[in-house]
Ligand binder design. Structure first.
Ligand SMILES: *[C@@H]1O[C@H](CO)[C@@H](O)[C@H](O)[C@H]1NC(C)=O
Ligand SMILES: *[C@@H]1O[C@H](CO)[C@@H](O)[C@H](O)[C@H]1NC(C)=O
Ligand SMILES: *[C@@H]1O[C@H](CO)[C@@H](O)[C@H](O)[C@H]1NC(C)=O
Ligand SMILES: *[C@@H]1O[C@H](CO)[C@@H](O)[C@H](O)[C@H]1NC(C)=O
Ligand SMILES: *[C@@H]1O[C@H](CO)[C@@H](O)[C@H](O)[C@H]1NC(C)=O
Ligand SMILES: *[C@@H]1O[C@H](CO)[C@@H](O)[C@H](O)[C@H]1NC(C)=O
Ligand SMILES: *[C@@H]1O[C@H](CO)[C@@H](O)[C@H](O)[C@H]1NC(C)=O
Ligand SMILES: *[C@@H]1O[C@H](CO)[C@@H](O)[C@H](O)[C@H]1NC(C)=O
Ligand SMILES: *[C@@H]1O[C@H](CO)[C@@H](O)[C@H](O)[C@H]1NC(C)=O
Length: 480
């Protein structure tokens, strides 16, 4: 039995310290970087076979840690072999590489099972690929509001202008000057027939792309001069790419720089909370995303101020949050008092690595487990937890932000040759809500015109609000 008597966060924490005491994992949220891939410079880049294996291996390790009946960290009540859709939530942006990453992870999590189905006519059937399990993956297309949780820095003008400031800093200028000779020398690794790398491209400003091109070619391209890169050069390229990317995604006095990590934190909180409020119905949540989101999360949200967290995480790295209670729980706890959160980071996919699923205390504390209520407070201080908050912070022009920005609506409207006069605030609000679901700002402007014509704002508002799908259709027919 777990210690129900422990009411305060502090007391609950002490029960975690006793080394032999059992614990029960109630749920898990994971964010993964993609595995080895082709270079980002070419369109249609994606995972290599090596990369697929890495993400698969990571998924398989999560399986043996959190799903296996013999694991002390098995999630309470999770199905070991047969995928149960209600227990798993998985989401990735609609990008080839991140869909591949997430699919490979999920393949490792729930590998094929040979279940035979007997038909009434006596035939026995098995699924393709030896009983492959089709784990549901939500893919978020670029105009979907749910992209912000995984790619919170995309389509965020406030982020872009803050990141651009880095190029004006003394730190940037000094680093660029110090490394110019080094980068000039690196050109020899990128020089071959038909290459579009020239001396003008070789500088610290391009640190990530240069590192990426040389690193990828050094692994995959049998004829590339990059095969000859020395490990000292490669690690300097890695360090400089890390410095640039960290600078673009972290700045203590400019929190917008880590907006991607803040949105991810909001998503992680929402999924963990979902596990709690559903009393364990949702058990494991997964997101596929990028290294920059990880860096932003490490710095501003998690406050992991070890120097190692300022470097690019390796391919297929995962961060994860366990929800857990002390003791051998047999049912989901009735209160959150005993629930704690433990953070882990696994740098890469290697199973022998010392860094395999390492636990790191969060928020500058030395405690490995943060009581749930403290975790919520700390995350809420730093996270983006609503679409409205993200749209406002970013000053975003994304179509799904239109609903929060009346000025923007009016601009859209005036571009369409009309104005908002004659519409009540309520009517604007009503259409704005619908516009959130409509892809094109033009269609929304058309809606205003339509309503203005009717000149009966309150009825129109009701019509729009009560029947969003039919009015969406109507609106779309107004597009030129
Ligand atoms: C049984 O039904 C399945 C599906 O219609 C068919 O593919 C199979 O050939 C049938 N088997 C026999 C023995 O008729
Ligand atoms: C961090 O942000 C502050 C405030 O916007 C800015 O003055 C400073 O130059 C930034 N530092 C870097 C390294 O970008
Ligand atoms: C190098 O710079 C030139 C000129 O700006 C540009 O056309 C080319 O695409 C760049 N090459 C790379 C690899 O970025
Ligand atoms: C591999 O290197 C050769 C130069 O030796 C180059 O022509 C080719 O484009 C490279 N392949 C890829 C996929 O980058
Ligand atoms: C690597 O360096 C060796 C010796 O310097 C040279 O012979 C070889 O051609 C180089 N390989 C590539 C792919 O450039
Ligand atoms: C958890 O979810 C419930 C139900 O949706 C909500 O009322 C509550 O505010 C959420 N808590 C946090 C910390 O997000
Ligand atoms: C930092 O990372 C390197 C390379 O992965 C590792 O060897 C080293 O032990 C790490 N240092 C700390 C303090 O964790
Ligand atoms: C992850 O590994 C890379 C080297 O591959 C290292 O530079 C970085 O510091 C490591 N990150 C952490 C948090 O240990
Ligand atoms: C919890 O269960 C494990 C395995 O069944 C057992 O070894 C351990 O003693 C139990 N711990 C407590 C505190 O009941």
């Amino acid at each position: 039995m777990h210690a129900l008597a422990l009411l305060t966060g502090l007391a609950a924490l002490q029960s975690w310290i006793a080394p032999a005491s059992a614990e029960t994992v109630l749920g898990l949220a994971v964010f993964s970087r993609h595995g080895d891939r082709t270079t980002r410079r070419f369109p249609g880049y994606g995972l290599t076979s090596l990369g697929h294996n890495q993400n698969y291996q990571v998924g398989a390790h999560y399986r043996s840690t959190y799903l296996s009946n013999s694991s002390p960290l098995k999630i309470l009540g999770i199905s070991e072999d047969v995928y149960v859709p209600s227990q798993i939530f998985a989401s990735a942006p609609d990008q080839k590489i991140l869909i591949e990453t997430s699919t490979a992870f999920l393949q490792g999590l729930y590998p094929p099972i040979n279940r035979e189905e007997v038909l009434n006519n006596g035939s026995t059937i098995t699924s393709p690929l030896g009983g492959y399990q089709y784990v549901f993956l939500r893919s978020e297309e670029e105009e979907s509001p749910d992209t912000i949780w995984i790619k919170g820095d995309d389509g965020c003008p406030a982020y872009t202008s803050s990141a651009d400031q880095y190029f004006q800093t003394e730190d940037f200028q000094a680093t660029a000057a110090e490394t110019q000779e080094f980068y000039s020398r690196m050109l020899s690794y990128l020089t071959f027939e038909g290459s579009d790398w020239t001396m003008t491209n070789m500088s610290y400003r391009m640190a990530y792309d240069i590192y990426d091109a040389i690193h990828v070619a050094s692994i995959h391209n049998a004829t590339s001069p990059a095969r000859n890169v020395t490990s000292a050069d490669l690690s300097r390229l890695h360090a400089l790419a890390s410095k640039l990317e960290y600078s673009l995604n972290a700045n203590a006095s400019s929190p917008i720089r880590s907006i991607g990590g803040q949105a991810l934190a909001g998503a992680m909180l929402r999924q963990l909370n979902q596990t709690i409020v559903s009393r364990g119905r949702t058990k494991l949540s997964f997101f596929g995303g990028s290294y920059d989101t990880m860096l932003a999360f490490f710095s501003h949200v998690a406050q992991l101020d070890r120097p190692n967290f300022t470097y690019l995480p390796d391919y297929a790295s995962t961060i994860s949050f366990e929800l857990l209670v002390p003791g051998n729980a047999t049912e989901f706890p009735r209160t959150v008092d005993d629930i704690g959160v433990r953070f882990r980071f696994w740098n890469g996919s290697s199973l022998d690595s010392e860094q395999l699923m390492q636990v790191y205390p969060l928020f500058g504390s030395s405690d490995e487990v943060t009581p749930w209520t403290t975790f919520v407070d700390k995350i809420q201080e730093r996270a983006v937890t609503s679409l409205k908050q993200w749209c406002g912070t970013c000053g975003s022009q994304k179509s799904f932000c239109l609903q929060y920005n009346q000025d923007q609506l009016e601009v859209a409207l005036s571009q369409f040759g009309g104005n908002g006069e004659g519409l009540s605030k309520g009517a604007i609000g009503g259409i704005s809500a619908v516009c959130g679901a409509v892809v094109s700002a033009l269609a929304c402007a058309a809606a205003f015109l339509l309503l203005k014509k009717k000149n009966n704002p309150s009825n129109a508002r009701l019509a729009v609000a009560s029947s969003p799908s039919s009015s969406t259709k109507e609106l779309n027919s107004f597009q030129p």
